[in-house]
Ligand binder design. Structure first.
Ligand code: AMP
Length: 222
């Protein structure tokens, strides 16, 4: 199974991805995390991606697709995987189908209002050491500013600044939202109400995943 988490930035894809991963055993693959790791390592991909990410734009399709191609070749992806933040463009959607054509697919889209999105992103804090994600109101750490898991100092992501949030939403509407129609046509699209606490949203997702599944990897359209 290939589970694609569509949703706008701040729709809670990461949190849901982790919950689905724990329930299914499928690894969650976040292209944002892979890119942030590359930036931390200061490798060629990271050097190319850093400025684009800070501005709220999209990293080149070929660069991100290569990261995904390598990751899904790992043995833990054999039974299935969860894509968080990929595909974000039509070209990327075509690429993943070319790389792994036979895999059955479900696309989960979280419908969330713009106000909720801005609230989620501006309150988000991450642990740069272990990657854990918190929210100052919705999911606060036990001690303010300190990671529950590894006691690292929590920080705000550079691209969660107010001006960058607006640009990321603009890019989402322009480049990523058109994927909804594409997956509707394929028959793999499932929309889930993304408002509410993580447990509430997750139980809606679990209901969708327990429902009828598309059997063919390529769906109805070529
Ligand atoms: P995320 O953690 O998914 O919000 O991603 C953070 C940033 O990484 C995005 O704003 C983009 O700059 C970049 N990024 C992540 N995934 C992709 C992708 N599939 N295509 C292009 N850029 C991406």
């Amino acid at each position: 199974m290939r589970l694609i988490l569509l949703g706008a930035p701040g729709s809670g894809k990461g949190t849901m991805g982790e919950m689905i991963s724990r329930a299914t055993g499928f690894p969650r693959i976040s292209t944002g995390d892979l890119l942030r790791k590359a930036v931390r390592e200061d490798n060629p991909v990271g050097r190319k991606a850093e400025a684009v990410m800070k501005s709220g734009g999209l990293v080149e399709d070929a660069t991100v697709t290569e990261l995904v191609r390598e990751r899904i070749a790992a043995p833990d992806c054999l039974g299935g995987y969860i894509l968080d933040g990929y595909p974000r463009t039509i070209a990327q959607a075509e690429a993943i189908e070319a790389i792994d054509p036979a895999r059955p697919e479900i696309v989960l889209d979280r419908a969330v209002g713009e106000e909720t999105i801005v609230g989620r992103l501006s309150g988000r804090r991450i642990c740069p050491s272990c990657g854990a994600v918190f929210h100052v109101v919705n999911m606060p750490p036990k001690v303010a500013g300190v990671c529950d898991a590894c006691e690292g100092d929590l920080v705000q992501r550079a691209d969660d600044a107010a001006a960058t949030i607006r640009e990321r939403l603009r890019v989402y509407h322009e480049a990523t939202a058109p994927l909804q129609a594409r997956y509707r046509n394929k028959g793999t699209y499932r929309s889930v109400d993304g408002e509410g606490f993580p447990e509430e949203v997750y139980s809606r997702i679990a209901g969708v995943l327990a429902g009828p599944r598309p059997s063919a990897g390529k769906g109805r359209s070529a």
